[in-house]
Design a protein around this ligand. Sequence first.
Ligand SMILES: Nc1ncnc2c1ncn2[C@@H]1O[C@H](COP(=O)(O)OP(=O)(O)OP(=O)(O)O)[C@@H](O)[C@H]1O
Ligand SMILES: [Mg+2]
Length: 369
Amino acid sequence: MLTEKLFLENECNQLKKKANRLDEEIRNLKTPPLVVGNIQDVSGDDVIVRSSNGTVFLVSVNKRIDPELLVAGARVSLNQDTLSIIDVLVDSWDPLVVASEVIEKPIVTYADIGGVDQQIKDLIQSVELPLLNPEAFKKMGIEPPKGVLLTGPPGTGKTMLAKAVANSTSATFLGMVGSELAQKYIGEGGRLVRELFDLARQRAPAIIFIDEIDAIGSKRLDSSTSGDREVQRTLMQLLAEMDGFNSLENVKIIAATNRPELLDRALLRPGRFDRVIDVGLPDLAGRTHILAILTKDVPLDSKIDLAGFARKTEGFTGAELKALIIESGMAAIEAGANKVELKHLSAGHSRIVKNRKDPLYGVPEALYG
Ligand SMILES: Nc1ncnc2c1ncn2[C@@H]1O[C@H](COP(=O)(O)OP(=O)(O)OP(=O)(O)O)[C@@H](O)[C@H]1O
Ligand SMILES: [Mg+2]
């Protein structure tokens, strides 16, 4: 009986231990997820934290945390209920920012873009030269532009131009899309902008490319939705970063927009995007050049006079010319022809003109290749 009692007592203890362990596990599973925030200020025992959704709190700190780590700017995790600081997060590059780095150079070159010779010259002068030879600017006592803004209607080759610049220099190319900053990473826009610039400085010479900047750079209105406020914080961070570096530092910023009229004037002030390069609709020579580039690999009927055909494409953008060539090629395939003849080009042309009248029309992105 005695051995049996000892044995059962022993078993009882073990089961109690197991129950404790499982209780602990349940508690862990029940803890709410942590919220990420940034320390804005520390004074004595009080810490002011801006949580990732933008609200600012005065919070308490877990006693285990080394007070030296609690400095303004540090990233911390907060308990979702009490908002007390649970831990200080190590500063590492955001994977998103690192991923934005185009390690493989874009394959677009200047030769792929037609009708923009002057714009290419301007870009070389204001982005490539200062990166390659900042000394020349210093000697002349002038400051090269920090930022270049590409403007122009949709589909005129702005994104292509920025990629071609990246291709032609050996600088690190960091690309971001404004609408992604504004919509996908709510609450993180400001931080991403800061990290993007930090990374650019570290990897200098570097080019930062912000496509569709109107998504974060629109005029500051007295807006009240938190989404708008968030977008404005991203913009403020961008302005602060642009002011924070010297124009001779070898980091250059290129931005692109097709809605320049929406941009906050502050972005265009000297020392920010002080060089605007307008990429307008291509003229006749430009359209002829673009058609020649686009049909480089297309078997064209030798009777076709591209310059003559280009006359009929007044007002077409590069993207529309590309769609036209694709439509013509499809017309040729449908007709069982082995090359693109003038009648196929004309069919493609009417297709584009007809599509334009359709308010819902947009050339599917997939066709851009
Ligand atoms: N000047 C051009 N020369 C050759 N192809 C062009 C030109 N402009 C546009 N294209 C064609 O149109 C496509 C879209 O161009 P791109 O993306 O550069 O336009 P965008 O100006 O950035 O437009 P958005 O303002 O809508 O962003 C390109 O992939 C290319 O095929
Ligand atoms: Mg673009």
